[in-house]
Each structure stands twice: as structure tokens, then as C-alpha cells.
Design a protein around this ligand. Sequence first.
Ligand SMILES: Nc1ncnc2c1ncn2[C@@H]1O[C@H](COP(=O)(O)OP(=O)(O)OP(=O)(O)O)[C@@H](O)[C@H]1O
Ligand SMILES: [Mg+2]
Length: 634
Amino acid sequence: MGAAPAGALLRWLGAGRHSTARAVPELWRASWRVGPVLTGTVLTLTLLLGLAGPVQFVAMGAVVGGLTADGAGLWPAVTFLIVVAAARTVLPVVVEPLTGELVRRIDLNFRNRMVACLTGPYGVAHLEDSGTRDLISTAQGIASPGQGPGSGARGYLNLIALKAGAFGSILLLAQYRWWLGLGVAAGAMVIRRHILAIWFQTAQALSGDVPGLRRSEYLRDLALRPETAKETRLFGLGGWLVGRHDTAWTTAMDPVWRRRRSIGWRMTVVDLAVLVLAALAGVPIVLGLVSGDLDAAQAVVLGGALTAIVGLGGFLPDADFPIRYGCLTLPSLLELEARMTARRNADAPAGTLPTVDGGRSGAPPPEPVPPEPAPPAGPLGDIRFDRVGFHYPGVDRPVVDGVDLTIADGSTVALVGANGAGKTTIIKLLTRLYEPTSGSIRVGDTDLRDLDPERWRRRLAVIFQDFARYELSARDNVGFGALDLLDDRTALEEAADRAGVLAAIRGMPRGWDSPLSRNYSGGADLSGGQWQRIALARALLAVRAGARVLVLDEPTANLDVRAEAEFYDRFLDLTSGTTTVLVSHRFSTVRRADRICVLDGGRVTEDGSHDELISLGGTYARMFRLQAERFVDG
Ligand SMILES: Nc1ncnc2c1ncn2[C@@H]1O[C@H](COP(=O)(O)OP(=O)(O)OP(=O)(O)O)[C@@H](O)[C@H]1O
Ligand SMILES: [Mg+2]
């Protein structure tokens, strides 16, 4: 079947003119892929269920015919009616669990696809884009809670059953007057277009102010999440948050309520129109009865058929509601997939990345990630920044401005500078979370842009200043440094030991399996310093797995003085053979580096060893003395 006839059929089956053109075919494609047999079975049974309606009208007519014909043929007709009625009762019991399973698979498929497409691009810029965040929120159902694409499919199935019943009824009416059923169906469709428009506009109004809805959810979560609740309680923000949440939510929802207020009378108009249609449609049947063209038995059949068709003109709660709300998420998801695929393709040098099908094939996503081949051994070569410039997307001001920097293979380079000088940004460029907007970064003889991102990632062990605190087990928190060592207890314990957190993990209620969050039963909460040690252990595991570039952005900011001293006493041992980039405001740490680069306003202003920079007497020397004096004075 070509695309145009297929589209026309889908529209007739219920997509309606207001559905997003791409979304509905995609819904059925997904349904087919997650279960061709299941989809086929559910569709067939649904059609049978729908057609059972007109068959029951025929059975009722036969019973009335039997009664009016002095009982002739009554009992076979009654038996037929009982069988059909029983089938109409039993079929839904069979169809419902199958439909439920289809809904589950469709929802899971779209959830997996969203996660897969967002993890596709290598960097993080796409996750910081406000347009993408809006799409993510809509795809997650911010405007249609609890109604995923699976509900949409369920709504369509209900509609298909009703339409199949109406189709059979048109055929029954055609036995008497060929135009009767078609005419009533046309009238019902005209009324229905109006009702679809009302519901479409209401559903659209819901997704009209997604940024506003996001803001209101954020304000609500501020009061609910333990991480922020500490401050919001102590600053007494409770009342303020309630007020701001109230305003944000009311503003975002106002267009929806305004539409809903007008729905009442518009629905009444539609109901009245359906009544008029029913009355008009009944006229030919009444006339037929009066003229003797029709007997009572025929009138029962035709009357039943008419009701089935007329009913399609009104609001169909089991179909319209789940369709309108269930399908709200789909266009956003498809738009996300398109954007992320484009970005991913732009990231990858041709042919270097495996294609992620994002669950579109319907195949279950691989749960355990298969271990990747070990990164190539051997030296990396020097890392060279060559006139690197960068500004964040949507910001004109350069944050990194013509940086030249060479990090010799196996050496330790420290980046220092005031807050906002661009240290973390340089690390983000080195780790390819962002691409330089000018200049280039080379590793050995290769431009970073030409390296396979996955292979480069495997050579990095990074702790960011705002490192992640996963609400998962201690094993996962450390093991994420090298997934292929996730089950290697010895490697995990060694990394945790070197980072000084092994005793704390062993002391937890469920040891390595303890969730590192009080939000889960049996969970353990860690101190700020213990979290930092967990992050260190993660990076050290990555080094053990073959990473050759260790990047530590403020690795000891949360450690107590003794722990910091211990860490740096063992630092050379921990990092031997690796190229290390270290960012720290603690000069006791920085001075041990082979080279120190001072950054100011995104530029390298001083570059040399500790002794060289001290004798230079510039910014570094001033900052170092200031800190040293304060310790001495203290
Ligand atoms: N995602 C972002 N989008 C836009 N601007 C950003 C983003 N992240 C950082 N910036 C800006 O870039 C500049 C440099 O930030 P960066 O985080 O690199 O500083 P830093 O030297 O690491 O500072 P600190 O010592 O405070 O960690 C700052 O002015 C900051 O506001
Ligand atoms: Mg920083």
C-alpha cells in the first residue's frame, strides 16, 4: 500500500484531520515492530468486536420476527442472539489483556527511544538547549500526565471497533435504502469534526506553555527534593514557593481552563446536533413502517444500525480522550529523534559510530552493556591546544580566547585562575563535551575531531567539579568508571581503597550493594568528602581500565586537610604514566604539577613550573603568597 492511500486509511480509522501527520503512522509502525503478531491479533479481535454489534442487531431482528410470526423460528433466533451477546461479552475479556500488553510495549518502546536518542550525541550542549528541554518535557508527558503513546493506541483501537460497527451498520441500512447509512455517516462525520477540533485545541493548549509548566514543576520540586529542601526550609522559603508555584501553574494552565469553560456549551450544541441527526435519520424508517414497507423485525435491525452510526457523531470518551492526550507526546519525541540523529551524525567521523536504532526496530534494548574492546595501549602523544577559542551556544562572549597549551604525554599540568576564568570549560573542550568554535585540539598527530569519540572517551578518566552523585549502589557509583570492571570486585576494592573510601563502603548496611541515597530503603547517605572519594575511585577505576588522561577538576575541594595531604602524597603513585590535568584553587596541590597555566578571562597569561612562576613574580606568585600567608597567619 502506498503512503497516500495508507495515510487516507489511517485518517479514516481515526487519526482525523487534526492529528499530526507523522505521529500516527509512527504509532502504528512502532506497534507493528514491537509485536506484529500481537498487533495483528488485537486488530482482528477489535474488528470482530466492532462487527459483532451489527450482527447482534440482526439477531434481535430475528427474535422480533420470530415473536411476530407466531413463534416460527423463534428459538433458533433466540439461540443466535444469546451466542452473539455472549461473544460480545467474552471478546473484550480476551482483547483487554492483549491490548494492555500492546500498550505496555508501545510505551516502553517510546521511553527507550527517548533515552537512546538523547544519549546518542557525544557532547552535552544538546541537553542544555532550552528548546530541547521543552521537547523532552513534552515527550515525557508534562502536558498529558499518565497518557503515553500506548494510551493513544488504545484509543484508536476503541475507535476502530466503533467504526467497524458503523461500517457493518451502513451495510445493513443499505439493504433498505443504499443512501441511508451513508447519509447518516456523513452527517455524523460533519458533527464529529467539530468535536475533534474542540478536543484538539484543548489538548494543544495544554502543551502551549511548556516552559511555564516546567517552571512550575521546578518550583514544586524545590520544596520536595531533599537536596534543596535543606535550604528552602532554613531560608523560610515555604510560603514564597507556594505562592510562586501557584502563580506559575495558574498562568501556564489558564489557556486550558479558558478553553475548558467554553467546552460545556459547545458540547451541548454538538449533542443537540446528534439528536437532530438521529431524529432525521429515523424519519425514513418510521415512514417505512407506516407505509408497510418495513415490518417490526426490519425496523429493529435498522434502528439499531442507525444508533451505531449516529453515535459516532458525538464525543467518544474511550477513544477521543486517550487519542488526543496520548498522542500529545509523539510529535515532540519524533522531533527529538530527528534533532539528535542529526547531531550524532555531525559528531561522528564517517563510519566510526555504530548506529543506534533507539528501539525503533522494536527489539528489546540490550540491558547489560556489552564490554567494549579495550582502548589501544601505548602512549597517546602530547595534547596540544592551538589557538582554541570557544563560546557557549547562544552566548557571543568568548569564554576561551585563543588558548595555546601543550600538555606533554605523561606529565601533570595544573590550570589555575579566578572563578569564571574558563578552567572547567577547557576541560569540557578536552573531553569533547563541546567543540571549539575556533582553533583545534590535537592528540599526538590527530585532530580531536577526527578521533572516534567512543575511543577517546575510553582514554579519559574525569572527575568534574560538579561530579555526579548517582542514586544507585556503591558498586555502580564506582563501577561506572569502567563498565567492563563493574563485576570485578578486586578492581573495585582497589580503586575504593586508593581513594580512601573502602572502609566506608564496607561499613554500609548492604556493603557494595547499598544504594547511595536515603531515598531508597537500605540506602546510605554520604558526607560531601565521602562523595568526592567515591568520584575519585570512579576515575581511578577508569585509569585501571586503560584511561591515559586523568582530569581532576577540584578533586579535593571537599576533603579534610589530612585527607587532601594523603591524597597528594599518593598522587604521583596513583597517576604514574598518565597525563594529568588538574584544576585546583589549593596551591599546596597545584605546586606539585610539572607545569602550571594561569588563566585569566579565557586566556593563558602565565605558563611554567612553580619555581619559574614564583620567580616571575606575576599573578601566580601573588595568589600563592596570599594563600600561604593566610595559612601562616592562621
Ligand atoms: N553551560 C554554560 N553556558 C553558558 N555559559 C557558561 C556555561 N558554563 C560556564 N559558562 C560561563 O563560562 C565562564 C567560564 O566558566 P568555567 O566554568 O569554565 O569557569 P572556571 O574557571 O571553571 O570557574 P570556577 O573556578 O568557578 O570553577 C563563566 O563566565 C560561566 O558563566
Ligand atoms: Mg570550574
